[in-house]
Design a protein around this ligand. Structure first.
Ligand SMILES: NC(=O)C1=CN([C@@H]2O[C@H](COP(=O)(O)OP(=O)(O)OC[C@H]3O[C@@H](n4cnc5c(N)ncnc54)[C@H](OP(=O)(O)O)[C@@H]3O)[C@@H](O)[C@H]2O)C=CC1
Ligand SMILES: CC(=O)N[C@@H](CCC(=O)OP(=O)(O)O)C(=O)O
Length: 347
């Protein structure tokens, strides 16, 4: 393992996405994990915190400060938004590629960031070279980038659900409604009232109505694809399951379509995208659980003359960690599927 070529650091390895990154990267043939960090648990072994790694990754957790003078080829930031930007700033002059899993560099400007995250950005220069890391849309830019802003989980499922229709110019601009549901790991490893067992178990509720920060992330990407300013109605919901996101997206089109034509548009758009699978019926979250796949079913409703697209991802993988590894593969010039061919875990 130690003669592998590329050295990796994971900052924030104790969180949900950080430990998923470690799981994927342990099995990646081209890299070696040089550093994994934690502030709260520094000094402990990773496998003491996460027993599933016993005998596989018994590496010591270090403080992020300690590794500042070390050399790595790729640094993954699996940190809360508002904190990642400090690290990007600190590592600016290092000769290493950064993949940030937070929302700190996903938006178009520090001003947009401030209005949706209610926080001043401390590293506005980062917006000049950050690339939005959606491999199905921006693989050429990702290949040449040094700072990738890994997309959010809801945005990944939402953007992939309607991208082919926006790109084809077929969507009526103010008609999009995105109804999204996420498993609990989307809320991070720290327990809260929202994630308390009795508040979640056998419950199901909407949150963030009209104000969720992923709304603007989705709108900005649709605006790029559709070449006009797009607004969407986006409502997230909390599902009482560990992992998974299901998006149901509704839109009006400016031309009459039918099932055959809509299927063809999606087949053409995703024909060389190995991790988007087009389905013949609506997918469920278990169909993609534990994998890097995004399953999509585009449906034309002849009666209402509306398109309904259902997409499913694993929020911790295609919505975060495996998407970050996909971006790393592109940035380092590996075959894009390397280390990412896990078969979904059912039942
Ligand atoms: N969960 C999900 O489904 C998704 C998450 N994301 C994004 O990915 C990022 C990580 O998410 P997730 O893994 O869920 O988050 P978690 O809350 O599970 O983990 C975050 C980790 O960051 C570390 N951390 C917190 N504060 C600091 C700090 N001040 N300095 C250094 N380290 C710190 C903590 O480790 P320690 O206390 O050990 O130092 C913690 O384990 C977030 O920005 C999130 O929004 C994106 C898409 C999906
Ligand atoms: C279920 C749940 O709480 N999900 C999180 C989003 C997941 C996430 O971490 O997204 P970012 O990377 O953009 O922060 C939320 O709604 O805030």
């Amino acid at each position: 393992m130690h003669n592998k070529k590329y050295r990796i650091g994971i900052i924030g390895a104790t969180g949900f996405t950080g430990s998923e990154l470690a799981r994927l990267l342990c099995q990646h043939p081209e890299i070696t994990i040089k550093h994994i960090t934690s502030e709260t648990h520094k000094g402990k072994l990773f496998s003491d915190l996460h027993p599933q790694f016993l005998g596989i990754l018994d590496q010591q957790l270090e403080s992020a400060d300690v590794i500042e003078n070390s050399e790595v080829d790729v640094l993954f930031l699996a940190l809360p938004h508002g904190i990642s930007m400090d690290f990007v700033k600190k590592w600016e002059h290092k000769n290493c590629k950064i993949i940030d899993l937070s929302g700190d560099f996903r938006l178009s400007s520090p001003e947009v960031y401030k209005s949706w995250y209610q926080k001043d950005h401390v590293f506005t220069k980062g917006f000049e070279n950050a690339v939005y890391g959606q491999p199905e849309l921006f693989s050429d830019q990702i290949k040449n980038s040094t700072l990738v802003a890994n997309p959010g989980c809801y945005p990944t499922a939402s953007i992939l659900s309607l991208a082919p229709l926006f790109q084809s110019g077929l969507i009526v601009e103010d008609s999009v409604i995105i109804d999204a549901k996420s498993g609990l790991t989307g809320a991070g490893v720290k327990a809260s009232d929202t994630t308390h067992f009795s508040n979640v178990n056998e419950n199901f509720k909407a949150y963030g109505l009209g104000v969720h920060r992923h709304t603007v992330e989705i709108e900005e990407q649709f605006s790029i694809l559709g070449k006009q300013n797009i607004q969407v109605q986006f409502t997230p919901h909390l599902l009482p399951v560990d992992r998974g996101i299901l998006v149901t997206a509704y839109a009006k089109t400016n031309q009459k379509l039918d099932q055959e034509s809509i299927t063809k548009i999606y087949q053409d758009f995703y024909k060389e995208k190995p991790f988007v699978r087009l389905r013949k019926m609506a997918p469920g979250i278990k169909d993609v659980r534990g994998s890097h796949y995004c399953d999509i079913f585009p449906f034309w409703d002849e009666r209402t003359q509306r398109v309904i697209v259902v997409s499913a991802i694993d929020n911790l993988l295609k919505g975060a960690a495996s998407q970050a590894v996909h971006n790393m593969n592109l940035m380092l010039g590996f075959e894009e599927k390397t280390g990412l061919q896990q078969i979904p875990l059912r039942p």
